[in-house]
Design a protein around this ligand. Structure first.
Ligand code: NDP
Length: 274
């Protein structure tokens, strides 16, 4: 029987998750179908319910629904609870299990694929949505010197940092205060690049030898990455994170962690970063 999975988001047409899960399925011999589901802005729950009623076994969740997915789950993993956000749902007859694989995906990509150690580094995350929530716990586990969270709406950054109030090396930083500070890893976890908007980060923020990491993928060199390059930083987009978080979701659903390197290389051909 073909197992059905989906990615739910808005927008969702840009998502590469269907191609990635199809490649993992071919690699592991699992018979599955993975589709894109566009949910209306207030329609996450209805979309998920309908998919589940029609035999869906699980779903990935992308912007802007990761907090809705957390609320929808009847049980969550500890990493999803820490984040207050869910990107992987697993359905059975009575339960909706929520997990979050974004943080594992980011750390694996940054540390293992790019070879950029997080330990001891000053990390700036711009953005305070579902993606930021998902990655902070796993980033903290790598023992950075500090994680600073900046956001257009500062109250949302404050809410996230409040979740980690017992941790000393995580702070909120106001956008207006960024010019006085430098960071070794600067992550753009805003949705600004979806619309090719200018980054909210000044050039002076990039320390020597820093990494500019754009979570968005498939947009080539975004204004944020162009800024990072001008500032002399190494640059990376979120394609590697995407493949790694998908592998972790695949592991949750099918009990096998697929190999990621060839899938990443194949996707990179149609989404170059130069
Ligand atoms: P959310 O919708 O939950 O959050 C969006 C964030 O972006 C908010 O902090 C919002 O600020 C900010 N924002 C939106 N537009 C602008 C703008 N024009 N200028 C400045 N800030 C802006 O999205 P997610 O957190 O789920 O996703 C964020 C990004 O990360 C997306 O681009 C997504 O594609 C990418 N992503 C990539 C993944 C990967 O595997 N590579 C995984 C997860 C996410 P405010 O609070 O002020 O509205």
């Amino acid at each position: 029987m073909t197992l059905r999975y989906a990615i739910i988001g808005n927008p969702v047409a840009h998502s590469k998750s269907p191609e990635i899960h199809a490649a993992f399925a071919a690699q592991t011999g699992i018979d599955l179908r993975y589709e894109r589901l566009l949910a209306p802005p207030n329609g996450f729950r209805a979309t998920a319910e309908e998919f589940r009623a029609n035999g869906g076994r699980g779903a990935n969740v992308t912007l802007p629904f990761k907090l809705d997915a957390f609320a929808y789950a009847t049980e969550v993993s500890s990493r999803a609870r820490d984040a207050g956000a869910v990107n992987t749902l697993t359905f059975d007859a009575t339960r909706v299990f929520g997990d979050n694989t974004d943080g594992v995906g980011l750390v694996k990509d940054m540390r293992d694929n790019l070879g950029f150690a997080i330990a001891g580094k000053r990390v700036l995350i711009a953005g305070a949505g579902g993606a930021t929530r998902g990655v902070i716990g796993p980033l903290l586990a790598e023992a950075p010197a500090v994680i600073a969270v900046a956001n257009r709406t500062i109250s949302k950054a404050e809410q996230i940092v409040q979740l980690y109030r017992l941790v000393s090396n995580i702070i909120v930083i106001a956008l207006a205060d960024l010019p006085g500070h430098q960071f070794d890893i600067i992550i753009n976890a805003t949705a600004a690049s979806l619309k090719d908007d200018l980054p909210i980060i000044p050039r002076s923020t990039f320390a020597e030898g820093s990494l500019a990491y754009e979570m968005m993928y498939g947009k080539g060199v975004t204004p944020f990455l162009a800024l990072g390059r001008q500032a002399g930083a190494s640059v990376a987009d979120g394609l590697g994170m995407l493949v790694e978080q998908a592998a972790e979701s695949f592991l949750i659903w099918h009990g096998i962690r697929p190999h990621t390197e060839a899938v990443f290389r194949q996707l990179r051909l149609s989404a170059p970063l130069n």
